[in-house]
Design a protein around this ligand. Sequence first.
Ligand code: COA
Length: 148
Amino acid sequence: MTTIAPITPADLDEWLPLWNGYLTFYEAALDAEITAATFERLVDPASGIHGAFARDDDGTAIGVVHWLTHPATWTTTDYCYLEDLFVAPDARGTGAGRLLIEHVRDWAEEHGSAKVYWLTAESNATARALYDRVASHSGMIQYQIKTA
Ligand SMILES: CC(C)(COP(=O)(O)OP(=O)(O)OC[C@H]1O[C@@H](n2cnc3c(N)ncnc32)[C@H](O)[C@@H]1OP(=O)(O)O)[C@@H](O)C(=O)NCCC(=O)NCCS
């Protein structure tokens, strides 16, 4: 059975391949210092960035999710932003992704966030097949301005 487990400071070697797999999926490359800082913040309860693994029967980390909360003008509580979700290719289709999203929803409920939301590429049909089952499509599209 797939279970959810926290990410601890001892888990860097398990987290790294999942994180790198996620970056490769997005054809993205990040400086090693950013990856190191991200892991440090994930395992620092005071950082505001949270994460969890999905582990299989053998205890192997097969998926990962990261999230954070922020204040919002449309609620007196917080919104919870699910930033990263990745399941190892050979573990897909077994419910790990769904379980990771449910974990963030439960966490958000427990911590008083008014909603969980996330972004995905319009073309990410695999992810959207899952999202359409567990969430509602807001209809919003994203714009961004990068700063120097
Ligand atoms: C998106 C992703 C996290 C889904 O993880 P997963 O563990 O395979 O998802 P699940 O096994 O929980 O699938 C949940 C549902 O989606 C369905 N599903 C999964 N893969 C599917 C596919 N390729 N086509 C259609 N439906 C699919 C399953 O049937 C399941 O539905 P059900 O529970 O009602 O039977 C995974 O494919 C992934 O890591 N992709 C690459 C990275 C990525 O796209 N991340 C998200 C970026 S926003």
